[in-house]
Design a protein around this ligand. Structure first.
Ligand SMILES: Nc1ncnc2c1ncn2[C@@H]1O[C@H](COP(=O)(O)OP(=O)(O)OP(=O)(O)O)[C@@H](O)[C@H]1O
Ligand SMILES: [Mg+2]
Length: 300
């Protein structure tokens, strides 16, 4: 089974308005509601690819219930730890000629809830896959990724970590199966500015030397580079199309890569990941299966 973890799931309330004047009443032209968080995004795109996963993490209040319901409706199994207090957050995204975001903080996560999540993770068995994606909210210990990987290190679990900065660097010693930094995350981790794919490969190899088995560097519209477990370098150009909203492209790529790897190995994984990332960039919400397979056809 594939498990994804979303510590701080959210409802995104996206509003289109002609203008936004602070300090006065504004009216929306249209609005949409999306459910998500990075782990849930990965689960959603996996389900589009016909791969079942279980979404783990923390939910609270009526917003948390709504998130769980929508996740289930998408064909994803849920096993969230329900918090007794607070509400899962709502992020408000106001789109005028510019974009203004007001992101919620989310509920406090008490220690008992963290222990309850650990217990669920203890049930993972050899051969399972665990996806840890996104940042860690302030109410959790900053080393929680490390703690989770340390706890699972005696089992043969394939872990994929999509995080940045210290959060990512600190888990490399646990030899994650896959990491997926983007270009700016690599620049920030090494304090360098990268120019060209050769440089990207150089730092990708460094991350591999530091412990990651596979390093997938995503380069948005420039495609991606994979340094696989054998040290082979695969270079993939991105799909072309009209970009509508690239938020979640990285999560989609991760889902496509995992589904592709399970089916056929690295070459296909990189292509399916690229198609899934592109399909999200070219859609208003997350990638749907028709779009993913249409783009995959073009790449193949
Ligand atoms: N503008 C684009 N055109 C074509 N493909 C894209 C575009 N943006 C993203 N993609 C595809 O999605 C993959 C992942 O995108 P990106 O590098 O932006 O991830 P990311 O920065 O981690 O995104 P996020 O964290 O918002 O999910 C890229 O490697 C590419 O294949
Ligand atoms: Mg990302």
């Amino acid at each position: 089974m594939i498990y994804t973890v979303t510590f701080n799931p959210a409802i995104d309330y996206v509003v289109q308005a002609d203008r936004l004047i602070t300090g006065s009443v504004n009216r929306s032209r249209s609005e949409q509601i999306y459910f998500g968080g990075k782990g849930i995004n990965v689960s959603f795109v996996l389900s589009q690819l016909g791969v079942t996963s279980t979404a783990l993490g923390f939910t609270a209040g009526f917003t948390g219930k709504a998130i769980e319901e929508s996740v289930s409706e998408a064909g994803i199994k849920t096993d969230f730890v329900r918090l007794e207090k607070g509400c899962s957050r709502i992020n408000v995204k106001i789109k005028t000629d510019t974009e203004t975001e007001l992101n919620g903080q989310g509920p406090d996560i008490p220690d008992e809830a963290i222990q309850a999540l650990y217990q669920k993770l203890d049930a993972l068995a050899d051969g399972d896959i665990l996806v840890l994606a996104g940042s860690v909210p302030a109410s959790l210990p900053p080393d929680i990724y490390e703690k989770i990987l340390a706890r699972l290190s005696h089992k043969r679990i394939m872990t994929a970590v999509d995080a940045s900065g210290k959060l990512l660097l600190n888990v490399l010693k646990y030899k994650p199966f896959l990491i997926k930094p983007n270009q700016s995350e690599i620049s920030e981790m090494f304090g360098v500015s990268l120019s060209g794919k050769e440089e990207v490969v150089r730092y990708g190899k460094k991350l591999k030397e530091m412990g990651a088995e596979n390093v997938l560097v995503s380069l948005a519209g420039e495609g991606a580079v994979l340094i696989d477990e054998y040290g082979r370098v695969h270079d993939q150009i991105a799909c072309s199309g009209e970009v509508k909203n690239s938020v979640g492209a990285g999560d989609s790529m991760l889902a496509g890569f995992i589904a592709g790897y399970l089916k056929e190995g690295y070459e296909y994984a990189l292509k399916l990941g690229t198609a899934a990332g592109g399909a999200t960039a070219f859609s208003q919400g997350l990638a749907e299966k028709e779009k993913i397979f249409e783009l995959l056809e073009r790449i193949l």
